[in-house]
Design a binder for this molecule. Structure first.
Ligand code: FAD
Length: 456
């Protein structure tokens, strides 16, 4: 990319442009997954939608690749690309909560930690990610699964409108009234259609929840997984949370002599009183005696940050994901073969329930492709030592190959790796054809292609 393009872009920016060779370049090019070591032509720290529009136009005019970075958590590293212009939204983090209308306006580069902290002041929240450092942007645009999904739907189901910079650099609003086709595609179609500089969300009363982790012996895993499958079909929608395979970290409530062992853990999040929570939690204790019990009342933002220490930036990541209708005895047997082999304390397998309010929304009402699934499962390989890449990737691949026969086709776009690109059509199911036509209308040249791409 020529220096003159940088110079004219710099003149039009409120924010800063850091090109290869500039001070701070190596820091600015880092993304969350340490396996991603890409060298973009320049990273632009955008200050507002006008900066984003200037970067979009510069990329379109010069023919250089364009990458958009929100929270930077993409496992395939879609927040950067070799030789690309990166629009870094990391300064667009304002969060404004309007308690009177129970709505929130959130900058395109804010994290869930920022959002939850601001909303928590008013006892409000909306469905979001389970780690506080994940970006609101990428997570919402791909769908958005979290503790509150059974109660309030996916994150994208709570999106009221979005301010979007389109491929031609224009800034528009997408909502049910304005550009409804774009608004439809933004809710599950990822970053394929434009750069969202502001999200407006519907908020819900979520103050203190009853939750936390409960560790069960692996021998009790099949019964607990079967009980979870039954519970999500009958329990009130206030019941969120998920089972997981997890090596016990040194937590105060974990017996010292069990730290470092793998367990079947249930992470609870009941958005209700302690007594309502206890009723649900006791159902699990009735199935098996937990080894360690960290469940209790806590503010929702505290639960939202509970995994942070296990997943600091700078780990290697390789993930696979699939949707399931149910956890059958046969599929549970396969999970019980592979889950306990979880290789590091950072790695995990989560079984997120996405029924309840997620199923209230019609399959074709948003772009999210798998409304009929009950579970979104992610096999998240995360490890600190790059010399152990092969063994960790092999665990994820072997596990996935074994459970795939029980899964629906396709996976949740936000949990996939780069080698999952060829399955784009199955990730969206029946919505794929319409997504392609919206892509054709808004980005026929595929400027926004550094993502789980929907070809125009
Ligand atoms: P980025 O890497 O910045 O972006 C990811 C993609 O989204 C890129 O293609 C990017 O171009 C695009 N994008 C980001 N922001 C914008 C924007 N404002 N406008 C247009 N395009 C944009 N997912 C869940 O659903 N629930 C979870 O609980 C959850 N937990 C996670 C925990 C960890 C530790 C990690 C690593 C991921 C988790 N995810 C979860 C997956 C997460 O949703 C995806 O990684 C998502 O892409 C992250 O968004 P980001 O903005 O941080 O990432």
């Amino acid at each position: 990319m020529s220096t003159s393009v940088f110079e004219s872009l710099r003149e039009n920016l409120g924010g800063s442009l850091i090109a290869e060779g500039d001070a701070g370049y190596d820091q600015a090019r880092v993304v969350y997954n340490a396996m991603i070591d890409r060298r973009p032509a320049a990273i632009v720290r955008c200050q507002d939608a006008a900066d984003v529009a200037a970067v979009v136009r510069a990329a379109a005019d010069s023919g250089v690749d364009l990458a958009i970075r929100g929270g930077g958590h993409s496992v395939p590293g879609f927040g950067t690309a070799d030789g690309a212009l990166v629009a870094d939204l990391g300064d667009l983090t304002s969060v404004q909560i309007d308690p009177a209308s129970a709505t929130a306006e959130v900058g395109g580069g804010a994290t869930w930690g920022m959002f939850n902290a601001a909303a928590g002041e008013y006892g409000l929240a909306t469905t979001g990610g389970i780690v506080s450092t994940t970006g609101v942007g990428g997570l919402t645009l791909g769908g958005g699964i979290g503790y509150l999904a059974r109660g309030y739907g996916l994150s994208c189901d709570n999106l009221l409108s979005a301010e979007v910079v389109l491929a031609d650099g224009s800034v528009v609003t997408a909502s049910p009234e304005e550009k409804p086709d774009l608004f439809w595609a933004l809710r599950g179609g990822g970053g394929n259609f434009g750069v969202v500089t502001k999200f407006r969300f519907r908020m819900h009363p979520v103050a203190e929840i009853y939750g936390g982790p409960m560790f069960f012996e692996l021998a009790d895993g099949p019964a607990i997984l079967a009980h979870f499958d039954a519970a999500v079909r009958t329990a009130p929608r206030e019941f969120g949370g998920f089972p997981a395979f997890q090596i016990a970290p040194p937590l105060p409530f974990v017996p010292e002599n069990r730290v470092g062992e793998p367990f079947l853990v249930v992470i609870f999040c009941v958005n209700g009183s302690a007594s309502e929570g206890e009723k649900i939690v006791q159902g699990f204790r009735d199935v098996a005696q937990p080894v360690a019990d960290g469940v209790g009342p806590m503010p929702y933002p505290a639960l939202n940050g509970a995994f942070d220490a296990l997943v600091p930036p700078g780990l290697q990541h390789y993930w696979k994901a699939a949707f399931f209708d149910e956890l059958t005895p046969e599929s549970i047997a396969v999970h019980m073969q592979h889950g306990p082999l979880v290789p590091t304390v950072n790695s995990t397998v989560h079984f997120y329930p996405i029924n309840g309010a997620c199923h209230d929304v019609a399959s074709d009402a948003t772009a999210f492709g798998h409304r009929d699934a009950t579970f979104a499962v992610v096999i998240a390989g995360m490890w600190p030592d790059p010399t152990e890449n092969a063994a960790n990737i092999a665990w994820v691949k072997d596990y996935y190959a074994a459970i795939e026969p029980f899964a629906q086709g396709g996976g949740y776009v936000n949990f996939l790796s780069e080698d999952d690109q060829p399955q784009a059509s199955t990730n969206y199911g029946a919505n794929y054809a319409r997504l392609r036509s919206v892509k054709q209308a808004y980005d026929p040249g595929n400027l926004f292609h550094v993502n789980q791409n929907i070809a125009p």
